[in-house]
Design a protein around this ligand. Structure first.
Ligand SMILES: Nc1ncnc2c1ncn2[C@@H]1O[C@H](COP(=O)(O)OP(=O)(O)O)[C@@H](O)[C@H]1O
Ligand SMILES: [Mg+2]
Length: 575
């Protein structure tokens, strides 16, 4: 992405805040003007009061000084607070935009993009971007005005001396440009390392039980130490240039002052300039040099911001793989059948994990899907709610291709319970009501009862208002599973997908969960993937999926009689 493209896009981002920015800039121009006036007053102070001993002016000058400092302070406050507001608003807008954008993405996006990377984009890159927008871009405008006003004062007082600034400014510009390039390059690598830091953090914190179980604390400590050290080295490289900038700019400034003392001193001694002019001139030039020095700092912020913008836009530019067609219809309530037609699926266009699946599931059927792990069962069921995009073949619901209907209307008709219970760090009540926050308490209780979860929920410290911890950490596996079943029951969708919903449970809680599932399957069309074959004996049909193909189908009895794959699986479990 070129700088121009980035600026064009950022311009659109700040456009809604243009009025505030305009007021901020006017206030800034006032600040620049007052700074110029301050420098100019040094001339009157020296010439009128010290040299001419003007007593009237002695009374007037302190009042003018107070007035100027006061007004400058007010203008300063107005512009800084407005910039802060615009900057923080930009941060808020960007974070929201990225958040909403990543939630439009399909499963494959999340499979590829590490959580920590996404988090560092939203948190730290956006902050860098804000620095660039509010501090730096606007800071440049302020500094520009300040330099113009002060140089105006300088030239007005003594244009010959002022020519010195034309020697100094280009010399000072060289390191500004040179360092700017370095900062941008470093910022990109630094932010990549920041993302890696958050990835390790996220993995080890959420996976802390495994870290403990394998006593990998030291190993993870070393891995993290390696990562933060890489970040340290990069940051220090950046710091080296940053710390070099200031003294370098000071030195260049010092050379300029030396030149002015030499030439200006000659003029004062020769009588062509007053001491007042000389000091005012020096004050103004030193004041004018301040923002020039600041430009190096601002430039590094801008370079970092541009690099951050590139990364943020890289994410925002990922088109969601799956989205509603322009003319997507609303899927009417499910009534007759779900059809898989010549369906082949590949992850990342590699070898097919499902090939040429043809299957019709009539409404009301309980279809069990069994087979060795890695066979493609989960992939098959993830295709129904369009979590993954189908490129070969199609899935039809009541004869309508699921690609022709809105995602919302499709997904509202599907409830899912997966092996990995996904619960939020919220109350039991809100977890059950996740699909319908308006659900009356009675409905939530009924769902909990049907899920065989009511009794244990009542026994929790705060009952339905108990916060269950991240991912349901304060519940047992079976309890969490039953809450996610209650959530599916409350959703009351006609199509149900159960992906190994009981495989992680002990026999006792499995029996409870099994009863809960039977309640859930009543009057629904169900896909049930089961690890334990005992749980699916009553299915109306069983299909065996192996290496991406349906190798057998029938009822439990017919498949046992057939003495094929199913019987093999069954015997492995029960003999
Ligand atoms: N996100 C993914 N990217 C690439 N390959 C995947 C992904 N998820 C699953 N697979 C592969 O697809 C195959 C089928 O996986 P899956 O549908 O999860 O099997 P099952 O549920 O039957 O155990 C496996 O070989 C697996 O390695
Ligand atoms: Mg699976």
């Amino acid at each position: 992405m070129t700088n121009k493209e980035i600026f064009t896009r950022l311009y659109k981002v700040i456009f809604p805040y243009r009025v505030k920015l305009l007021i901020a800039m006017l206030a800034m121009i006032c600040v620049a003007g007052f700074t110029g006036a301050q420098a100019y007053l040094v001339k009157d102070l020296l010439d009128k009061i010290f040299m001419e001993k003007d007593t009237f002016f002695l009374k007037l000058l302190p009042i003018i000084v107070i007035a100027i400092f006061f007004l400058k302070g007010v203008a300063y406050y107005i512009y800084t607070i407005l910039l802060e507001k615009v900057g923080q608003s930009v941060i808020r807008d960007f974070r929201l935009q990225i958040f909403n954008h990543i939630h439009t993405q399909s499963l494959s996006f999340f499979n590829k993009m590490p959580t920590g990377t996404l988090m560092s984009r939203i948190i730290s890159d956006v902050a860098l971007l804000q620095q660039a927008v509010s501090n730096a871009l606007v800071g440049i405008v302020r500094d520009f005005f300040q330099v113009v006003v002060l140089l105006g004062v300088v030239f007005y007082m003594n244009w010959r001396l002022a020519m010195i600034s034309f020697i100094v400014l280009p010399v000072a510009a060289y390191p500004i440009v040179k360092f700017g390039r370095l900062f941008r390059k470093l910022s990109t690598s630094t932010q990549e390392e920041v993302a890696n830091v958050s990835n390790i953090l996220h993995e080890t914190i959420t996976g802390n039980r495994i870290v403990k179980a394998f006593t990998k604390e030291e190993y993870e400590g070393r891995r993290f130490s390696g990562q933060v050290t890489r970040l340290f080295v990069l940051t220090m490289k950046d710091a080296k240039y940053r710390c070099m900038q200031h003294p370098l700019m000071e030195f260049i400034g010092g050379v300029a002052i030396a030149l002015i003392i030499w030439f200006g001193g000659n003029e004062v001694i020769g009588g062509t300039a007053t001491p007042g002019t000389f000091f005012a001139f020096l004050t103004a030039l030193i004041a004018a040099y301040e923002p020039v020095k600041g430009v190096t700092r601002i430039n590094s912020t801008i370079q970092q911001g541009l690099a951050a913008a590139t990364r943020v836009y890289a994410i925002l530019d990922i088109e969601p793989e799956i989205s509603d067609k322009n003319d997507a219809a609303v899927l009417p309530p499910f009534s007759t059948s779900i059809e898989f037609k010549n369906l082949t699926y590949r992850y990342d266009d590699e070898t097919a994990v499902l090939s040429n699946i043809n299957l019709t599931v009539p409404s009301g059927e309980v279809l069990a899907i069994v087979g060795p792990s890695g066979g493609g069962k989960t992939t098959l069921t993830n295709l129904v709610p369009r979590f993954l995009e189908l490129k070969e073949g199609s899935i039809l619901i009541d004869g309508t291709d699921i690609k022709d209907v809105t995602l919302a209307s499709l997904r509202s008709q599907i409830a899912m319970v997966t092996q990995q219970t996904i619960l939020f760090n919220d109350t039991v009540r809100n977890n059950i009501a996740y699909g319908d926050q308006q659900a009356p308490l009675q409905a939530i209780h009924d769902a909990a009862r049907a899920a065989h979860a009511f009794d244990f929920i009542q026994a929790l410290p705060d009952g339905f208002d108990t916060i269950i911890g991240e991912g349901g950490a304060r519940l047992s596996g079976g309890q969490g599973q039953r809450i996610s079943i209650a959530r599916a029951i409350l959703k009351n969708a006609p199509i149900l997908i159960l992906d190994e919903a009981t495989s992680a449970l002990d026999t006792e809680s499995e029996r409870e969960v099994q009863k809960a599932l039977e309640n859930l399957m009543k009057d629904r069309t169900t896909f049930v993937i089961a690890h334990r074959l005992s749980t699916i004996k009553n299915a109306s049909r069983i299909i065996v999926v192996k290496d991406g193909e349906i190798v057998e189908q029938g009822t439990h009895e017919t498949l046992i009689a057939k003495k094929g794959e199913y019987e093999l699986l069954y015997n492995m479990q029960y003999n």
